[in-house]
Design a protein around this ligand. Structure first.
Ligand SMILES: [Mg+2]
Length: 203
């Protein structure tokens, strides 16, 4: 399905964090190389959401790198996905924006958002850290969202079965594994959300 068929009001759509808002693959691969000497992998090698299933790295090492990133995402060097900052800034001019992450810890994500987004943007972000990859549906319903952008295929299947429209953020670990609406980047998200011109502020 083509994402441009969708026209979504800013307040109707929510976002996952890792793999959508933030470039989790880039920081994982950088730490694997710079700190542990595993330098031969690229993001295209991460063909499963379970990273240890597709990269020839010991599971405890994979787990340890993710634990460090989740514990202090700023110190780990986690970067925004290209274009995210401008689109989220523009969206928050028109509506509160909801981010729902399966991470168990709220504060490192809040600190990261504070670092990369202006204070007035963060004030309009509703951040939920709920700690369960399969449990997002309840929070999406609670927040009254009708669309949700996620990079995990299983999450999108659960939402689809509950009449929430999932939008897959294309990543090597979800490619060719679904038939949902998909976006390749934040420019495509911007195109499917009904936004006033950049810089305009809702009165
Ligand atoms: Mg994700």
């Amino acid at each position: 399905m083509q994402s441009h068929a969708l026209k979504i009001a800013p307040g109707e759509i929510g976002f996952d964090f890792d793999g959508v808002i933030a470039d989790i693959a880039e920081v994982f691969l950088r730490i694997a190389c710079e700190e542990h000497g595993y330098c031969s992998f690229t993001a295209d090698d991460i063909t499963s959401f379970q990273v240890e299933e597709c990269l020839n790295m010991p599971f405890p090492l994979v787990e340890g790198i993710f634990t460090d990133i989740l514990h202090d995402s700023l110190a780990a060097g986690l970067k925004p996905m290209p274009g995210m900052v401008e689109v989220i800034k523009t969206m928050t001019n028109q509506a509160a924006v909801t981010i729902i992450t399966a991470r168990p810890q709220w504060q490192p994500v809040a600190d990261w958002l504070d670092n990369f987004l202006p204070a007035q943007t963060c004030a309009r972000i509703n951040l939920i850290a709920m700690g369960d990859h399969d449990g997002k549906l309840d929070y999406i319903r609670q927040e009254g969202l009708q669309y949700f952008v996620d990079d995990r295929t299983r999450t999108c299947e659960i939402l689809y079965d509950a009449d929430i429209t999932p939008v897959i953020f294309s990543q090597p670990w979800n490619r060719n594994r679904h038939s949902f609406h998909a976006v390749e980047n934040w420019q495509e998200i911007r195109a499917m959300v009904c936004l006033a011109d950049s810089g305009s502020i809702k009165k």
